[in-house]
Design a protein around this ligand. Structure first.
Ligand code: GDP
Ligand code: IMO
Ligand code: MG
Length: 430
């Protein structure tokens, strides 16, 4: 049975939550493999809206196992709030539906404080992080001083790790960042409570996922953020602190690349970005504002305004290559309804020279002048359309042109927020 990776092909918020929820029907397990509660994945079913930050977007389907892999950084408070929210709404009744890796790293209070204090110090040059402690937690992981879930649930080890970290962190917080110190007793008391509640969910999730795959079950690997926010391949330093591209799924779960069958890139029919950093096709004008209002482009995690712009085929072509995409799920096509002309960026010009890929240097990226192609728009509402052929001619032409420019075909076209407002072109699980 196929195993499928879902990744964001732009700067995040492409609609991964919606697509994962739809594909869960065909999978046995849904697995998050990187990022943390910086993610905000929205699912709309009938009139109910759910925003998930840590728990895989398959959780609304009874009986589908949801796994948080070792590559995720976990804020225990945020996780428990999400569990309570879901249980309160009648989901996750069977707690064994959720499994959490013993090797995932824990976001501690100092991570959030450092994240926020550093951003304040950066002033104009700030990254615009979500302030959830993601970067500082991954820093500690790679510095080999992090606290893992296995440590959290072992009281003796946790006390040692907490003491071992706190002196250093407090010195950094107080002397360098001018912030207040974290209190040992307070953290110990708070995190001991979290540990008790989290312990029943903890497992060696690599073993579990590999066993399931060997038995012929299908896994859906749910990426967070987007390819342009990847720590290695994104618009560094305006990125997040994990490998968001498909390659991150293998290390973030502990599965081999040989078990992956399909990689689907979730792609918005235009482009958005939250936070600072380069955005060549940004529309800092009425058209951008129109997309923001019509597309509801406000962050699912922080509520911040999302910057909006035209579709950038250079960015998505880059994502096709770096992720090895086998298909694209094109979302929010309905938002473009009513536009007379729609522009698509097909290449860049830097210092008068045509460029077809994104340069690594931010200095070069800042000089980009997008080369646009203009396509005719359409007037018809798309929400009730369920087959590709039934789309207005110009909408079909738009989708086909995007496919041609980025080099993969659409397997799904999303025409509204709701689960049912979807056109399935080809099912990657077939
Ligand atoms: P994610 O982080 O990739 O899961 O995306 P977000 O949930 O942060 O943002 C996507 C937003 O677009 C959410 O509010 C979705 O409900 C919404 N959305 C997803 N697909 C569509 C679509 O096809 N049309 C419209 N209008 N909204 C959509
Ligand atoms: P989903 O999974 C959009 C952005 C932040 C900031 C940068 C670094 O919902 O698509 P961080 O807190 O990760 O250190 O912030 O990354 N960012 C996202 N933007 N969608 C996300 O997740 C994001 N997660 C982080 O806005 O620019
Ligand atoms: Mg989001």
């Amino acid at each position: 049975m196929p195993n499928v990776i879902i990744v964001g092909a732009q700067w995040g918020d492409e609609g991964k939550g919606k697509v994962v929820d739809i594909y869960t029907e065909y999978a046995d397990l849904v697995v998050r493999y990187q990022g943390g509660n910086n993610a905000g994945h929205t699912i709309v079913v009938n009139e109910s809206k759910f925003v998930l930050h840590l728990i895989p977007s398959g959780v609304l389907h009874k009986g589908k196992r949801c796994v948080i892999g070792n590559g995720v950084v976990i804020d225990p408070k945020a996780l428990l709030e999400e569990i309570d929210m879901l249980k309160g709404q009648g989901f996750l009744k069977d707690s064994s539906q959720l499994l959490i890796s013993d090797r995932a790293h824990v976001i501690m209070p100092w991570h959030c404080k450092i994240d926020v204090a550093r951003e304040n110090l950066r002033g104009k040059g700030k990254i615009g992080t979500t302030g959830r402690g993601i970067g500082p937690c991954y820093e500690d992981k790679y510095a080999r001083v992090g606290i893992r879930i296995a440590d959290l649930v072992n009281e003796k080890v946790f006390v040692e790790r907490l003491k071992g970290n706190l002196e250093d962190k407090n010195r950094y917080l107080v002397d360098f960042l001018g912030d207040s110190a974290c209190d040992y007793n307070e953290i110990l008391e708070e995190y001991s409570k979290y540990a008790k509640r989290i312990a029943p969910f903890v497992a060696d999730t690599s073993l579990l996922v590999n066993d399931a795959v060997s038995e012929g079950k299908s896994a859906l690997f749910e990426g967070a953020q987007g390819s342009m926010l990847d720590i290695d391949h994104g618009t560094y330093p305006f990125v997040t602190s994990s490998n968001t591209i498909a390659g991150g799924a293998c290390s973030g779960i502990g599965v081999g690349p040989t078990c992956i069958d399909e990689v689907i890139g979730i792609t918005k029919a235009y482009t958005t970005r939250v936070g600072s950093g380069p955005f060549p096709t940004e529309l800092d004008c009425e058209i951008g504002e129109g997309l923001r209002q019509k597309g509801g482009e406000f962050g699912a995690t922080t509520g911040r305004t999302r910057r909006c712009g035209w579709f950038d085929a250079v960015v998505v072509r880059d994502a096709v290559r770096r992720n090895g995409l086998t298909g694209m799920a094109l979302t929010k096509l309905d938002v473009l309804t009513g536009m007379d002309k729609i522009k698509v960026c097909i290449a860049y010009e830097i210092d008068g020279k045509r460029v077809d890929t994104l340069p690594a240097s931010l200095h070069e990226v800042e000089k980009i002048v997008p080369v646009y192609e203009e396509l005719d728009g359409w007037e018809e509402a798309l929400e009730e359309i369920r087959s590709f052929d039934a789309l207005p001619e110009n909408a079909k032409r738009y989708v086909k042109r995007l496919e041609e420019l980025v080099g993969v075909e659409s397997v799904l076209v999303s025409v509204g927020q709701k689960r049912r407002e979807t056109i399935i072109v080809k099912n990657p699980f077939d």
